[in-house]
Design a protein around this ligand. Sequence first.
Ligand SMILES: *Cc1c(COP(=O)(O)O)cnc(C)c1O
Length: 382
Amino acid sequence: MELKIPLADIDFNQEEEEAVLRVLRSRWLTMGAVTQEFEQAFAQYVGAKHALAVSNCTQALHLACLALGIGEHDEVILPSLSFVATANCVLYCGANPVFADIFGNHDLTISPQEIEKKITAKTRAIIMMHYGGYACQIEEILEIARKNRLAVIEDAAHAPGAVFANRHVGTWGDVGCYSFFSNKNLVTGEGGMLVTDRDDVAERVKQLRSHGMTSLTWDRHRGHAYTYDVMALGYNYRIDEIRSALGLAQLRKLEGNNARRRYLTDIYRQRLSEGEFFGIETPFLSNACLPACHLFPILLPAAADRQELITGLRKRGIQTSIHYPPIHLFSYYQQRFPGIQLPQTEQVAARELTLPLYPMMSEADVGYVLDGVCEEMRQAVH
Ligand SMILES: *Cc1c(COP(=O)(O)O)cnc(C)c1O
């Protein structure tokens, strides 16, 4: 059956089309005025001193680790229930990821108590990943970091626009990293943003994202610089003007789209609490933040056959996904870091199913998904 309700969908229309056309007609395609405008608008929106655009969030995470001086023999504590990039960025720097368990069924974010257990003399930083757009226990984690003199990186790939205690998620730690990949809340195709209040980190990131050079193409173009030196081993992690233009248009829609995601999430939750849904659990019922509602995760009862449910829903044209297969169980990670056990992460990952959620979904779409879940569950529970 053709896909009726995808897992995610993009809110692009004439605004994005015109934004891209303006860039194409300007004939300046990379690291120019549009990127600067996007960075400034994003910094202002989240309330960060600096926002630096890159080609994806993985690069932002890599640069965050580098700029914080994370290197060989260092350890970084992070959740395993995340996208693999959260851990890969640590390995890129020659450091070791140390996985800490999540809370459990009610909260799929990293547990501060579990973080504390993993701290050693080699620990340099903590990465908090705001799962599904719901904030981690930010204050507790920052307190642990302060006591142990650790840096904090926020993987806020799911959380642009999420707010905790009047401050944007992603601006609490030393560095915050956002993703603008095609299925995220703010979409540029590939794209990412690093935010920080620290001038030293911002300077380092600016240099490293552009080959370690002292002056930029854009400055030379404007006659502000005529030559350059290379001060460090840098990368080409720059974004281009086309995607920055998409980012600006999408940023204008973010608040409205996040509000719509929250509304649809409430409808999902309400209907799941009313009907007979075979003991399905919905995490994050009492999260203290204003969430970005990137994902709608549910936890199936142990007796349910998840694969059967996924296949049954797919036959009804409903796409679902799993967030996430734990990083420590991937072959590559198991070979490098064998024998890790994270009981909560493993039991949650075995039962998690992500239902469709995107701003253009209708209430009827939510109803169709839940009717499908209900009917398929009758067959999938053994
Ligand atoms: C999407 C995602 C990333 C990587 O983002 P890219 O922009 O695709 O590099 C990192 N962490 C999490 C939690 C993500 O969901």
